[in-house]
Write a protein that binds this ligand. Structure first.
Ligand SMILES: Cc1cc2nc3c(=O)[nH]c(=O)nc-3n(C[C@H](O)[C@H](O)[C@H](O)COP(=O)(O)O)c2cc1C
Length: 172
């Protein structure tokens, strides 16, 4: 089998793609061969020694296409090192007590394939890019109430640290 690693992602407004690219770069800098691809472009996991998969969170869940990716590839993923991550706004909330809930959001992932490692990252809030008017209003209200701030909350150091830790996990 090759030593190629797949980093694959599901996104709505692009911030998870940026996290996946950063993970891919860290893995490539450590000497791995890496492909970074949106989940809908991945047809075959055979070429990969390990897989890192991540999704934006909407309504406390991985996006539907990310869950479909897991369902379609459950057997293949169970046979290789598999790491999972999520990108959400809860981790950008000022009150850290609220952060604990995010661990539960990977439970449906764990139920399908047990990850060797899990990454939890804050994302980006750009209200103008939210397609639904109802959701835009909800987010404007939550910003006005001080629940969180608009902008890019991605912590590149945390993302880099997690990606670096995967190299050892994948070689076990
Ligand atoms: C419709 C919608 C629902 C969301 N639901 C949640 C949620 O339940 N919990 C959370 O922490 N973040 C939630 N978010 C925030 C996104 O996870 C965050 O903006 C993330 O960075 C989006 O990733 P993307 O740019 O890759 O699509 C939601 C965002 C949108 C637009």
């Amino acid at each position: 089998m090759s030593n190629k690693i797949l980093v694959t992602y599901a996104t709505r407004s692009g911030s998870t793609a940026g996290v996946a690219e950063a993970i891919g770069k860290t893995l490539a800098d450590s000497g791995a061969q890496v492909d970074v691809r949106p989940m809908q472009d991945v047809k075959d996991l055979t070429p990969y020694q390990a897989v890192v998969a991540g999704s934006a969170i909407q309504d406390g869940k991985w996006l539907p296409e990310a869950m479909r990716f897991l369902d379609t590839n459950q057997v293949a993923l169970a046979q290789k090192p598999f790491a999972a991550f999520l990108v959400c706004m809860t981790l950008a909330m000022k009150n850290a007590v609220n952060h604990r809930v995010v661990e539960d959001w990977l439970e449906p992932v764990r139920a399908r394939v047990k990850p060797v490692s899990e990454g939890f990252f804050a994302g980006t809030l750009d209200i103008n890019r939210i397609p639904s008017l109802r959701q835009r209003i909800m987010y404007r209200i939550s910003v006005a109430l001080g629940v969180w701030d608009v902008g890019d909350h991605r912590d590149w150091n945390a993302i880099h640290r997690w990606a670096s830790s995967l190299v050892a996990q994948f070689n076990r």
